[in-house]
Design a protein around this ligand. Structure first.
Ligand code: FAD
Length: 498
């Protein structure tokens, strides 16, 4: 058997690699032209694959590494040289990918065995047995189930510290004189530099800057990034995880998603190292639990919800949203401080932290009325950690509320949320206190307009009662002004004058 290792399965301890020492890797280049992918994303994947190839060779594996236009072309070359070879691969999480690869292999006279993907903490069978026939799911229930089953952050039958959730301690904004710890920087070595140059030449339409590439490209670097996070940022990760600060792209977030999604780190080890920091007294429980929930709860949950809800999930649009993305998502040029910061972070780094993704980038698109599929494409092309299996449930499900499969209410808010959690509004030319008028914060009119326009679906939805009590207090004149302002903002979004 030969192990076919995909670009997001770069783990030397992956199960198939323990049984066979012949490896196939295919770097498929035309894939990167389907969308104007961020150059750092493309360079990261190519560099990490090339490093992994070299690492496996040093460990004694015989690696066939093919640079090709497509997987089909790569397999043609492989089977010309090694007819009839049987391949084994860890089942990729993106919908239908495993079967498509199997078809490509079989039509060239080989066989492909798909085995469990052990780059996740939980298996499909575990989730399916927990979820039964359900067609909608709630993360919190799943998260508690996994902690009980695995013993992660448990003291016997009870959650460590007695509570499942310490979110009430995790919604702070830093004091004015606080500066975040330096984000770790893994400067490009020769292999990465070559990948960056290749990407610059091959993908001139790529969206984003390749100038500030700092991502780990090897397992060793990813381990350093994990240790650096635990030593320098984990303590403040919890309290400041929802905060946003002018000019700061990383704050105390771990920046580990790209490494975990590539397979350079396993979710098991990440959680273990973070739990150890709590057990040995070097990190507080609210930070540790907050982080563990992201990995054990959200990441695993998203993977399984995606698996069970595809292909409908990708096309879902229960609110019937049809607007194109505002120009500002492409240019970053907008007077809205929050939006220009968040888009700027994505353009410069291929990254924005969770609250920028959820409460700025997808929240604004949601209340503006953007088509969820278009938003999903933008997230998919713009982020270094984006893969269809993880971007789609987060963008279409969580961010766009295009389906109620994983949440019972939309993550929609006015400018108040951004004002509470950031220092943006004080230096923004738009007034967060105003809903209508030419300098009113665009979030505000769009938010009320969104609630009004989607009243039929949302009024009865869980936890929206308070919002609709505010809706009910507005009179017809106020609604006419809100609607006019929302229409004006959408036009500004199209014109690029937001
Ligand atoms: P931290 O804040 O330090 O969190 C720790 C880890 O938890 C992350 O590294 C990640 O592995 C995991 N995690 C946390 N939340 C989620 C989640 N909702 N889904 C999956 N994993 C999670 N994550 C991606 O990996 N790829 C994406 O393409 C992606 N797109 C997103 C789009 C939207 C609209 C939203 C709201 C969230 C998206 N997320 C995505 C989830 C989350 O925002 C990122 O995983 C996180 O911001 C990555 O930064 P970090 O490593 O610094 O995370």
């Amino acid at each position: 058997m030969t192990v076919w290792v995909l670009g997001d399965q770069l783990s030397p301890d992956a199960t198939p690699l323990q049984h066979d020492d012949h490896v196939l890797m295919i770097e498929a280049h035309a894939f990167g032209e389907r969308l104007p992918y961020h150059p750092q994303k493309l360079a990261l994947v190519f560099s990490a694959m090339r490093h992994f190839r070299d690492d496996l060779r040093e460990r004694g594996y015989e690696v066939t590494y093919i640079e090709a236009e497509t997987f089909a072309d790569g397999l043609d070359r492989f089977y010309d040289a090694a007819p009839g070879t049987d391949l084994v691969m860890m089942d990729p999480p993106s919908h239908g990918a495993g079967e498509r690869f199997r078809h490509l292999v079989e039509s060239r006279g080989g066989s492909l065995t798909l085995v469990e993907n052990d780059r996740f903490l939980t298996t499909p069978a575990e989730f399916d047995s927990w979820a039964g026939d359900a067609e909608s799911y709630r993360q919190e229930h799943w998260y508690r189930h996994v902690r009980r089953e695995t013993g992660i952050l448990m003291d016997g039958d009870d959650p460590a510290g007695g509570e499942w959730n310490y979110d009430d301690q995790n919604r702070e904004t830093p004091p004015d004189d606080w500066t975040p710890p330096e984000a770790p920087r893994f400067l490009p070595d020769d292999v990465t530099q070559e990948a960056i140059e290749f990407v610059r030449e091959r993908y001139p339409a790529a969206w984003g800057s390749a100038d500030e590439f700092v991502w780990p490209v090897t397992r060793d670097e990813a381990r350093q990034a994990l240790d650096h996070f635990v030593e320098t940022r984990l303590t403040e990760f919890g309290p400041y995880q929802d905060a946003m600060l002018d000019g700061e792209w990383a704050l105390c977030h771990s920046l580990l998603s790209a490494s975990i999604n590539l397979g350079l780190l396993t979710p098991h080890e990440v959680v273990e190292v973070v739990e150890d920091a709590y057990r040995d007294g070097t990190a507080p429980l609210n930070s540790v639990e907050g982080f563990v929930r992201q990995v054990v709860g959200w990441r695993e949950f998203m993977r399984h919800v995606y698996r069970r809800s595809m292909p409908e999930l990708a096309d879902a649009n229960q609110l019937g949203q049809t607007e194109s993305l505002p120009e500002a998502y492409w240019t970053g040029e907008t007077d809205m401080k929050c939006l220009s910061e968040a888009v700027g972070h994505v353009y410069d780094h291929g990254y924005a932290h969770h609250i920028e993704r959820l409460m700025v980038l997808s929240n604004f698109a949601l209340v503006y009325g953007v088509d969820p599929q278009e938003l999903n494409r933008w997230f998919h092309l713009g982020f270094v950690d984006a893969y269809h299996w993880v971007t789609t449930p987060n963008v279409v499900g969580m961010g766009s509320f295009a389906t109620d499969v994983l949440s019972s209410k939309p993550y929609a808010s006015s400018g108040n949320y951004v004002n509470k959690m950031s220092d943006y509004c004080s230096s923004c030319p738009y007034a967060v206190s105003k809903t209508t008028g030419s300098n009113a914060c665009p979030f505000n009119a769009l938010y009320w307009d969104f609630l009004k326009e989607n009243e039929e679906l949302l009024r009865g939805t869980g936890r929206m009662g308070l919002m609709y009590s505010h809706v009910d207090r507005k009179d017809d004149d106020e609604w006419a002004e809100i609607s006019a302002r929302a229409t004006e903002i959408r036009q500004m979004g199209r014109d690029g004058t937001l």
